[in-house]
Design a protein around this ligand. Structure first.
Ligand SMILES: [Ca+2]
Ligand SMILES: [Ca+2]
Ligand SMILES: [Ca+2]
Length: 139
């Protein structure tokens, strides 16, 4: 349950940091990850979407994300700042207060693992829909 909560926070932060209104829900973030639009989100596509996400979070483009990159967010929007803090804390596996690209992009993907019910390494529309329902029922 803890892992699922983290995934939700993670996706919420992903959605929050995106300027694209269509990606403001966790489910939409997953839909968006299907880069070749074949109806399946593969592990590579999921990873690529995390890489894109990292790029958006890394505002000064130094390959490291820290909370100090979001001074305005921290002041103006508490829930988002809290979500971001949680994401950074969990992604920061060596605990140095900075999240590197490797920590963020190559870290474990509990949401993907959980959503991939038949464990074929890709998420079908049904699998994405099921996890979206789950996430939305927890709101
Ligand atoms: Ca795909
Ligand atoms: Ca770190
Ligand atoms: Ca699957």
């Amino acid at each position: 349950m803890k892992i699922l909560t983290l995934s939700i926070v993670c996706l919420a932060a992903m959605a929050a940091s995106s300027a694209d209104a269509a990606s403001r829900t966790p489910g939409a973030a997953l839909d968006k990850a299907d880069a070749d639009h074949d109806g399946y989100v593969t592990r590579d596509e999921f990873r690529a979407s995390r890489a894109a996400q990292f790029q958006r979070l890394d505002r000064n483009d130094d390959g490291v994300v820290t909370l100090s990159e979001f001074p305005r967010l921290a002041r103006s929007n508490r829930p988002k700042a809290q979500a971001l803090k949680t994401v950074i804390t969990h992604a920061d596996r060596d605990g140095d207060g900075r999240v590197t690209r490797a920590e963020f992009v190559d870290g474990p993907a509990p949401l993907f693992d959980r959503a991939d019910r038949d464990q074929d390494g890709r998420l079908s529309r049904d699998e994405v829909a099921a996890v979206r329902d789950q996430l939305e029922s927890l709101k």
